[in-house]
Ligand binder design. Structure first.
Ligand code: ADP
Ligand code: MG
Ligand code: MG
Length: 213
């Protein structure tokens, strides 16, 4: 499977929603240690709303771009806090980058992911090492793009992204937070895994699963 179509995007977003519900308590636990404890509830609520929007009687037009743009809008309007605008803005940028094509190739998708990362960094002003979701998203999207440029298909590129996200997530543990609520803790943020990097890891894992089926 080398192209991303509408059904793959729906499968991806449904898998993300399932994962956010499955790991809701874990995300709450992580955010309770260095934040305000709502990340699991935020993600579960947001991606439930995404599912509802995509299954609605009048869903968005059947293209990957339209589905992802609608997901972004829904996240922005249903998730407060730091993560809503960041994830919402990223999905909206990704959707806009993919346009209305019914099928999107791996390189085009890589370019969309790169644009989405730029949106997250513009909105949140975080760089890798700040102990945020960027620590999972940046290496994941870098790995996806490198794989795509080397000629890999969607399953291999998504697998590389998921592995890189996982490593990036693990690497947040020893970091001191420099952005978001966790930064208020200063040195006490060290030794805890970042909740947003963890949810980002689920997003890329879900993509690898959807691409691999
Ligand atoms: P809030 O902190 O507002 O309650 P959430 O708990 O839903 O929002 O999300 C927290 C996560 O958001 C953090 O774990 C971190 O990964 C991410 N985050 C916070 N601030 C930023 C930022 N400026 N840039 C990127 N990611 C951020
Ligand atoms: Mg929180
Ligand atoms: Mg909050």
């Amino acid at each position: 499977r080398d192209a991303l179509d509408h059904s793959l995007v729906l499968d991806w977003l449904r898998r993300v929603s399932t994962a956010m519900h499955q790991h809701r308590d874990h995300l709450i636990h992580l955010d309770s240690a260095i934040g305000d404890g709502d990340h699991g509830a935020n993600m579960a609520r947001g991606f439930s709303a995404v599912r509802v929007a995509l299954d609605a009687p009048s869903p968005p037009p059947a293209s990957p771009g339209a589905a992802l743009s609608a997901a972004g809008e829904t996240l922005i309007s249903t998730v407060g806090g730091a993560s809503g605008p960041l994830y919402g803005g990223a999905f909206r940028t990704l959707g806009a980058a993919l346009g209305t094509e019914p099928e999107v190739g791996t390189r085009r998708f890589a370019a969309g992911l790169t644009a989405a990362l730029a949106t997250m960094q513009r909105l949140g002003a975080a760089v890798p090492g700040d102990k945020t979701m960027i620590d999972a998203c940046s290496p994941a999207i870098g790995a996806f793009r490198a794989a795509a440029e080397a000629g890999a298909g969607l399953p291999a590129a998504a697998c590389a992204a998921a592995r890189a996200a996982e490593a990036g997530m693990q690497a947040t543990i020893p970091l001191q937070a420099r952005k978001g609520r966790a930064s208020y803790l200063g040195l006490r943020s060290i030794g805890h895994q970042d909740p947003g990097a963890t949810s980002a890891c689920y997003v890329f894992r879900a993509l690898a699963e959807a691409a691999g089926t």
